[in-house]
Design a protein around this ligand. Sequence first.
Ligand code: SF4
Length: 295
Amino acid sequence: MPYRIRDGLIDYLEIMQIAGVSELGPPVLRDCVPVENIATEYNEMFAESSDNKNSDKKIENTEIINNPENQQPILEPVFIQSRESIPSKPTEESVQELPISMSMSKSKTDQLQELAQKVAQCTLCQELALTRKQTVFGVGNPDAQLVFLGEAPGADEDKQGEPFVGRAGMLLNDIIAKGMKIRREDVYICNILRCRPPGNRNPSPEEARCCKPFLDQTLEIIQPKYICCLGTIAAQNLLQSPNSIGSMRGKIFHYNNIKVVCTYHPAYLLRNPSAKKQTWEDIQLLMQEMGLAVR
Ligand code: SF4
């Protein structure tokens, strides 16, 4: 039986459909689950399990269960019937045969909307899901060359459902419009997390890990050439670096062939206006990389 696993995410309903399971699980498991590692484990478990190596069983069903320790969902294979008709790993052919919910034939706008709908129903970080007013997906041009990446929604963003709309957002608008001489609508703006951490605390590593597939999917759809990380949390989580923003700024990094520049978060600049000079230097570096005239 063919099955499809997208990078980092598998559609929960898709699994249920493929698995032929009609009953939905508890709400926390609905809509999507991160299977960054589970996908590999799933196939390897099947291919290498001594119980199944010489067996004529095949994976024809899956079972999604709760992990009582951390409440993260676990995808378990259920071995039934003959294994002959199912590849141990998804092949290019099998993937192409499948219904692709985020088909490349759809416009980027449609793909982003589809992803945003999944995000809106995501409850992987239970505390955030319980305390958020709404998810904050991202905003801007789906064909943007440049993505600004922040940390997480704040109170204003949580209220309005759009990233960078408060005072820090106004400063970011100035950086984009007055500094770079481009329009906010020409770039794309999103955060490491799609939900507001209560009290504006920093995202936990686990929350950032859970939400990362959504960021990767967003970038995969938009295909930007440049990312500007705003602040320590964005830079550290995107580049998987423990370094401070102070040591990361002023340099060009790469993330999946996308050039990355890191600078201070606008909220930090509001508290420390003297750091605006360094941010302007970082933005000039970004503009040079983008071939924009620096005035
Ligand atoms: S922060 Fe991301 S992973 Fe966590 S609940 Fe919100 S959308 Fe889901």
